[in-house]
Design a protein around this ligand. Structure first.
Ligand SMILES: [Zn+2]
Length: 339
């Protein structure tokens, strides 16, 4: 056993056997932004043997304040986050396998991505992807750790399919599109990322090393600015839950998934949310104003940020101009409109 893990092996909860389990484990990290960066670094240092990292974005200067994996040079070179992360992780620990994927996670690839993984970590920024992870993980009996942070607030929960409540047992529906703040409209501070990611990582280590009774078994909420810490027991699976009770995995079917279509010859992509809703333009405009130029009338809202323009319709359908790449458009939609 390598000396690099000696202090971790000394820790009672892990020991030599736990370290062997960690080295043999494969973890999928979905999204390598602020949370995903923290997951990847901690697990790489801990010697989780195989890290599969998926992200659709590239590094931007506004990431550097909290996405601890990346450097100014990554942002200048506009490297894909998965690739930049893999480069740094290989310098931190050359003895583990890093498998970067630059792709948009959706119904067509999620099951392949979780294949042979012991745990899935949520580093995403939207509910559509979280329900997709939940469906795929419940279907394949793979443990996963939900986590989210915006502003100074964060939340996490550990899901063991059919042993504990799943994401849909606790949140039956995602908040409707364009209804909730995102990090790109309300901001986010680094300390909440540290808190949520630390909880997610230690739960992952407990899962891998088989310490199921040490899992926190709850929905944990934190606000590091208001000094609030709450813990709600999530309990057993709900037998009426569509996902873990009834085995309906609706997000894995193409028909119900959020759809994106390239609008030919227009350098634009249309994003249609999976659940149409009615958008309140004035509150959305208020949230978007710090991030760019916003105008709206009763039919549509137009938001300009950098080289991109988003036109949002009443039903949350949006046209993203300034790109012909679906992954870029979906990323902008998740950042600014949300879910
Ligand atoms: Zn459930």
């Amino acid at each position: 056993m390598n000396d690099r893990y000696s202090r971790q092996i000394l820790f009672n909860g892990i020991g030599e056997e736990g370290q062997r389990k960690l080295l043999a484990a494969r973890v999928l990290i979905v999204g390598c932004g602020a949370l995903g960066s923290a997951h990847a670094e901690a697990l790489c240092r801990a010697g989780a043997g195989r890290l599969r990292i998926v992200d659709r974005d590239f590094v931007e200067p506004s990431n550097l304040q909290r996405q601890t994996m990346f450097t100014e040079s990554d942002a200048e070179r506009r490297l894909p986050k998965a690739i930049a992360a893999a480069n740094h992780l290989r310098e931190i620990n050359s003895e583990i396998e890093i498998e970067p994927h630059v792709t948009d996670v959706n119904y067509s690839n999620i099951e392949q991505l979780i294949d042979a993984c012991d745990v899935v970590l949520d580093g995403t920024d939207n509910f559509a992807t979280r329900y997709l992870i939940n469906d795929a993980c419940v279907k394949h009996e793979t443990n996963w750790v939900y986590g989210a942070a915006v502003g100074s607030y964060g939340v996490t929960m550990t899901i063991r399919p059919h042993q504990t409540a799943c994401l849909r047992c606790v949140f039956e529906e995602a908040p409707p599109p364009a209804s909730a703040p995102t990090c790109d409209t309300a901001g986010v501070i680094m300390p909440i990322i540290s808190v949520v990611s630390a909880l997610q990582v230690v739960e992952t280590i407990k899962l891998i090393t088989g310490h199921m009774t040490d899992l926190h078994g709850s929905l944990m909420q934190f606000d590091v600015w208001r000094n609030e810490w709450r813990k709600f027991a999530t309990g057993a699976p709900n037998p009426d839950c569509p996902t873990c009770g009834l085995g309906q995995y609706e997000t894995l079917e193409a028909t119900s998934a959020e759809s994106a279509a390239v609008l030919c010859g227009r350098d634009a992509i249309q994003i249609s949310p999976s659940q149409p809703t009615s958008v309140n333009f004035s509150s959305l405009a208020e949230r978007l104003r710090p991030a760019g130029e916003v105008k709206f009338n009763e039919y549509l809202l137009r938001f300009k940020t950098g080289p991109f323009e988003l036109t949002v319709f009443q039903d949350a359908r949006s046209i993203v101009r300034g790109t012909d790449e679906i992954a870029t458009a979906r990323s902008l939609y998740a950042k600014y409109i949300g879910n």
